[in-house]
Design a protein around this ligand. Structure first.
Ligand SMILES: Nc1nc2c(c(=O)[nH]1)N[C@H]1C(S)=C(S)[C@@H](COP(=O)(O)O)O[C@H]1N2
Ligand SMILES: [Mo]
Length: 230
């Protein structure tokens, strides 16, 4: 089959893969872009800083479409990295002593961004902690040095520049960024779980006008940063 699969409900294909997010993150950047350092905290026996241990996990490649909640989809990205499931089973539980009763996970980026998902969703075979994209080390625009890739969920769950992963027994630690209606606890693309309380068909129309200006803003700040670093 060479024919492309159908797009999920409400999504439209975009020709480029923009740097994207909530407006306030356009001008924030990670301070460390090459060295991976992830601290494991929350309901754990011993909070642990993971550096080299990650490289001991099996490497996986994944080809996936990327779906932003604002309705743009960029198709067929080749990611490379480590399965979250392996990170959980081979690092978080044995090294940090993450509670076996943990059900919620909060991920934090160096730019102050955060998101959460049920642990169960993160254990799916297609969820990666990715450090490479399309055969190259992850760019700063797309999440260097390490990002989550959870293709079954809207892009806002795929935290870039990961610095901390928290395992929690209760979901009380879930404090979404931005307006609450924008944060669905699972945000599965196939079920069109865009947000809470506001129907998804309405969110499609609310979000679409912001795509162009948001992408431009993120690009402008990225270019400014590149100029500064030259
Ligand atoms: N650290 C961090 N992660 C983030 C964001 C962000 O602003 N900061 N934005 C989220 C949103 S809303 C989307 S759509 C994707 C965009 O990923 P991209 O910039 O690689 O296209 O990253 C998600 N992860
Ligand atoms: Mo997004």
């Amino acid at each position: 089959m060479t024919e492309k699969s159908k797009l999920p409900p409400g999504q439209r294909e975009r020709a480029d893969f923009p740097r994207f997010g909530l407006t306030q993150f356009a001008e924030r950047f990670p301070s460390e872009t090459s060295r991976i350092q992830v601290s494991i905290t929350g309901d754990v026996e011993s909070p642990t800083l993971v550096e080299d241990a990650l490289q001991g996990l099996s490497r996986f490649e994944l080809n996936a479409d990327f779906h932003c909640v604002t309705t743009w989809t960029y198709r067929s990205i080749l990611w490379s990295g480590f399965r979250f499931k392996d990170f959980y089973e081979q690092i978080a539980v044995p090294l940090a002593g993450a509670s076996l009763d943990a059900t919620f996970v909060v991920l934090r980026g160096q730019d102050g961004y955060r998101s959460s998902l049920p642990l169960e969703d993160l254990l799916a075979a297609d969820v990666l902690l990715a450090d490479r994209m399309n055969g190259e080390p992850l760019s700063v625009a797309h999440g260097a040095p390490l990002r989550l890739v959870a293709p079954a969920h809207y892009g806002y769950k795929s935290v870039k520049h990961i610095k901390q992963i928290e395992f929690w027994i209760s979901g009380a630690h879930l404090h979404p960024i931005g307006f609450r209606f924008m944060a669905h606890p699972r945000a599965r693309v196939i079920n069109e779980e865009r947000g809470q309380w506001v129907p998804s068909w309405l969110l499609r129309y609310l979000y679409r006008p912001f795509i162009g200006p948001t992408a431009s803003r993120f690009e402008r700040f990225m270019e400014a940063r590149n100029r500064e670093n030259q």
